[in-house]
Design a protein around this ligand. Structure first.
Ligand SMILES: NC(=O)c1ccc[n+]([C@@H]2O[C@H](COP(=O)([O-])OP(=O)(O)OC[C@H]3O[C@@H](n4cnc5c(N)ncnc54)[C@H](O)[C@@H]3O)[C@@H](O)[C@H]2O)c1
Length: 256
């Protein structure tokens, strides 16, 4: 049993940049044939091209995770290109707009973060599981949650936290519902990771970079590559029989 994904097909949402792109690069390096589904066409195509230049197999499909039709099409494109869907990573997500205290958060900001970060994961799993069942069962799904879905944080991100908590609940429910069909479903809960999303949070005044690092007991921010390794563990045979788990990669944040 090893980390190889040779011959497997993987659909990864939000993989044009950031953690999703790191997951796409790592999965391709392990032999997976990767479909990058994102609203960022330029970034998605560039990430797929870079993987190809490095000897891997990847292609881009434009998909907005708030659209069930887009996700159905992304799954169809994966099957058309690679024959089946073995692995799905539901990573696309946004920062909460405004960084407001709960009583100041607008309904619009709440609805948007729920639409992308929670409904987007449900719509993604709906399309992916439908395909996995049509293939006769089996497959692995790894959802992107956050340490914010596990513990309360004084960061003015109540909508984001509620959405990520919802992703964890959805992950556990799906794991139970489809365990009998050989579909494993897990979630990863990162702490603070160095990406454009972190830059947005800093620009929105949620915290400064040194303040972000001090949220971790280690005092060190996490790299997208480090988070990608945990996705590889949960997508590969290394984690056979692991299902319904929400695994923190949080430099000790949730342990406090
Ligand atoms: N960066 C962190 O500190 C951190 C911590 C915990 C969890 N996360 C989660 O990790 C995931 C990736 O975040 P990141 O830091 O790499 O951010 P990022 O902004 O660098 O990347 C997010 C990607 O998602 C895509 N995306 C956004 N909305 C989309 C939509 N509606 N449909 C399809 N694609 C869409 C973007 O185009 C982008 O490519 C998110 O779910 C985020 O909540 C990030």
């Amino acid at each position: 049993m090893d980390s190889s994904l040779a011959g497997r097909s993987a659909l990864i949402t939000g993989a044009a940049q950031g953690i999703g792109a790191a997951i796409a690069r790592l999965f391709a390096a392990q032999g997976a044939r990767v479909v990058i589904a994102d609203i960022d066409e330029g970034g998605g195509k560039a990430t797929a091209a870079a993987i190809g230049e490095g000897g891997g197999e990847a292609r881009f499909v434009r998909a907005d995770v708030t659209s069930g039709a887009d996700l159905d099409a992304a799954v169809r494109a994966t099957v058309a290109a690679y024959g089946r869907l073995d692995i799905a990573v539901n990573n696309a997500g946004i920062e909460e707009q405004g960084g407001s205290a709960l009583h100041e958060l607008t309904e619009e900001a709440w609805d948007r973060v729920m639409a992308v970060n929670l409904k987007g994961v449900w719509l993604s799993m709906k399309a992916e599981i439908t395909q996995m069942l049509a293939q006769g069962g089996s497959g692995t799904i790894v959802n992107m949650a956050s340490v914010a879905g596990l513990v309360g944080l004084p960061l003015g991100i109540s909508g984001y936290s509620a959405a990520k908590g919802g992703v964890i609940a959805l992950t556990r429910t799906a794991a139970i519902e489809y365990a009998g069909q050989g579909i494993r479903v897990n979630a990863v809960c990162p702490g603070v990771v160095r990406t454009a999303l972190l830059d947005q949070a800093i620009n929105a005044g949620i915290f400064t970079e040194p303040e972000a690092a001090t949220l971790h007991p280690t005092g060190v921010l996490i790299s997208p590559q480090d988070v990608a390794q945990t996705f590889l563990y949960l997508a590969s045979e290394m984690s056979n029989h692991v299902t319904g788990q929400a695994l923190p990669v949080d430099a000790g944040m949730a342990a406090g």
